[in-house]
Design a protein around this ligand. Structure first.
Ligand code: ADP
Ligand code: MG
Ligand code: MG
Length: 252
């Protein structure tokens, strides 16, 4: 069962500090939600955890099962079991969805134990069916010309195929209509297990009606400023963020 610990994390972009000492612990079986106003550093947190070179870590630690994540390159983090579904997935011309996923799976396996093509295709077809994706997406270039909703569904397909230990979903609900949201949430819920922890970043409470979190955290100005249970998300939905600012004396 995974144990993921972020302590006092600070990160900067172009010399500007965005994460200002963020701490969070995620254990196997747990679903944590982070909510917060726009521009507060949620996507910066996600990218920093995956090792995006744009973000410079200036303090703190990130540890997965005793291993120092900050010492790892992005592909090593993926191999260690970290997975990020991005808010804005990139398009990659010349690489099909199937090519991409097959090399991602094989990169995580020992040499000589690569997944066979037949097995891979069966697995991918099955997962695409679960997500009600058109089979043609298997051979389309990665995210190229995909609609917002199709990109999000494709991110969830990657999650299902890669079987990660810590899953970070950055605004997976944005751009999804209610049917697509339900399909995506079903995919996530089917993956919930003691062998996996989730960090769900969202701007809206709506997603949390479909994926019930164990813990809800409010992020403001690069820190987690308040934590609670699902009732916290409901209050934020009804009352917005001002009461949190008042309670904590945050001025912006
Ligand atoms: P959120 O996901 O909570 O909306 P972000 O992490 O995207 O917030 O952004 C946090 C802050 O970092 C914002 O003030 C944003 O303007 C700044 N920021 C994000 N990306 C860049 C960038 N590439 N260059 C400069 N500033 C950036
Ligand atoms: Mg944003
Ligand atoms: Mg964001």
């Amino acid at each position: 069962s995974p144990h993921f610990q972020i302590e006092g994390l600070k990160a900067a972009i172009e010399g500007k500090e965005i994460l200002k000492g963020l701490s969070l612990e995620i254990k196997g079986g747990e679903v944590h939600a982070i909510m917060g106003p726009n521009g507060t550093g949620k996507s910066t947190l996600a990218s920093t955890l995956m090792g995006h070179p744009k973000y410079e870590v200036t303090a703190g630690s990130v540890v997965l099962d005793g291993e120092d994540v900050l010492e790892m390159a992005t592909d090593e983090r993926a191999r260690a079991g970290l997975f990020l579904a991005m808010q804005y997935p990139s398009e990659i011309t010349g690489v099909t969805n199937a090519d991409f996923l097959r090399s991602a799976i094989n990169a995580r396996r020992e040499e000589g134990s690569e997944i066979s093509l037949i097995k891979f295709i069966r697995l991918m077809e099955g997962k695409m069916k679960e997500l009600e994706m058109n089979p043609e997406f298997m051979h389309r270039y990665l995210n190229e010309g995909f609609s917002g909703g199709e990109k999000k569904r494709n991110e969830i397909l990657q999650m299902l195929m890669l079987d990660p230990r810590i899953v970070i979903l950055d605004e997976i609900d944005s751009g999804l209509d209610i049917d697509a949201l339900r399909i995506v949430a079903n995919g996530v819920n089917a993956m919930r297990s003691e062998d996996r922890g989730f960090l769900i970043i969202t701007h809206y409470q709506r997603l949390l009606n479909y994926i019930k979190p164990d813990f809800v955290h409010v992020m403001m100005q690069g820190r987690i400023v308040k934590s609670g249970g699902p009732e916290l998300a409901e209050r934020l939905e009804n009352e917005g963020y001002d009461w949190v600012k008042e309670e904590l004396g945050i001025v912006d």
